[in-house]
Design a protein around this ligand. Structure first.
Ligand code: PLP
Length: 309
């Protein structure tokens, strides 16, 4: 059965299930790949330029030169959304090391032929969608997040053995997702999201060994305009366990309440008021076009399309 979605692969638009990498590709043999994910809602990209900035920072950091320009990335992303028919979507852009000289399995990474592919899938939530309203359950994993001194976590990467191990722990305990501590015992992040604690007028979020989410940046902006003080700081597992209000932020769902951490309820066990306000504001502003780029404004095919009868 055809899967919903569409890919841009080896320079062509193809059904998503037809895009396949070589088993010799360093993206697979060495996780030598960086990526970014931007969402659309009602065919409008949210913060496309912020995602492209972070993507550029990621591929430059690992010395990959994608064979397409930033402008082409915009067009490809828009074409994918249009051709897939997915109004609410997540678009992945991936920059690969590519095969070594002569298609060999080993070699000098400086001589590899770098690649770019992209794909679109239906919009999804980083915790089960029904918990976006009722609140999610986090589990503080025993596995630690790889420190940025080893793998720069500001670079959006697929080196996720730690996050996946954490996910197994969380699921085995009946939770939705894990939250990982750093090797120095500080809160970091979970697979696909940043974490926040509400303490009075302060919104606290970890600052180290994590991906600086575009939604995290959005929460900084929303918080400031609503009279809150967002602060990136060191936080511990106890800070999370003692918090009266917790939420997470992600491209995949926006602002999402957390009502349970490990075996205990957060506050009174209901989604927090501040979280609810931020969540409402996030979607209201997004739907009004805040930081938005309409897919149609980027489409090449739009100009060439024959109008429907
Ligand atoms: N942390 C990790 C490890 C992620 O993979 C993601 C996003 O997928 C995030 C945080 C949240 O980032 P963003 O808000 O840009 O989606």
């Amino acid at each position: 059965m055809a899967m919903p979605g569409m890919a841009y692969f080896e320079g062509r638009y193809v059904p998503i299930q037809d895009a396949k990498l070589s088993i010799l590709e360093p993206a697979i043999t060495k996780s030598d790949i960086v990526f970014d994910v931007v969402s659309t809602w009602d065919r409008v990209f949210f913060r496309l330029e912020d995602h492209l900035d972070r993507f550029e920072n990621s591929y430059k950091h690992v010395k990959i030169k994608p064979p397409v320009s930033r402008d082409e990335m915009r067009t490809i992303s828009a074409e994918l959304v249009d051709r897939s028919g997915l109004d609410n979507s997540c678009v992945y852009m991936c920059a690969t090391r590519g095969l070594y000289a002569g298609g060999a399995a080993f070699g000098d990474p400086r001589n590899a032929v770098n690649g770019f592919y992209a794909y679109v899938v239906p919009y999804y939530w980083v915790i089960p969608k029904e918990h976006a309203e009722t609140g999610g359950h986090l589990w503080i994993a025993s596995v630690r997040r790889a420190p940025s001194e080893a793998i720069n976590q500001k670079v959006k990467n697929f080196n996720r053995m730690d996050l996946t191990a954490g996910q197994f722990e969380a699921l085995e305990h009946g939770a939705d997702a894990p939250i990982l501590l750093s090797t120095t015992g500080k809160l970091t992040e979970g697979p696909g999201f940043n974490v926040w604690i509400v303490r009075g007028k302060k919104l606290l979020t970890p600052g180290k060994d994590l991906l600086e989410g575009v939604t995290r940046k959005t929460v900084f902006e929303l918080a400031q305009e609503s009279g809150f003080e967002p602060v990136a700081t060191e936080l511990t597992a106890d800070d999370l366990l003692e918090a009266k209000e917790v939420f997470i932020s992600s491209t995949a769902g926006g602002v999402l309440p957390i009502t349970r951490v490990n075996d205990q309820a957060v506050g009174n066990g209901a989604p927090g008021i501040t979280t609810g306000q931020l969540q409402k504001r996030y979607w209201e502003k997004r739907k009004r076009g805040w930081h938005g780029t309409p897919v149609d404004s980027l489409l090449v095919s739009r100009r060439e399309k024959v109008p429907a009868e």
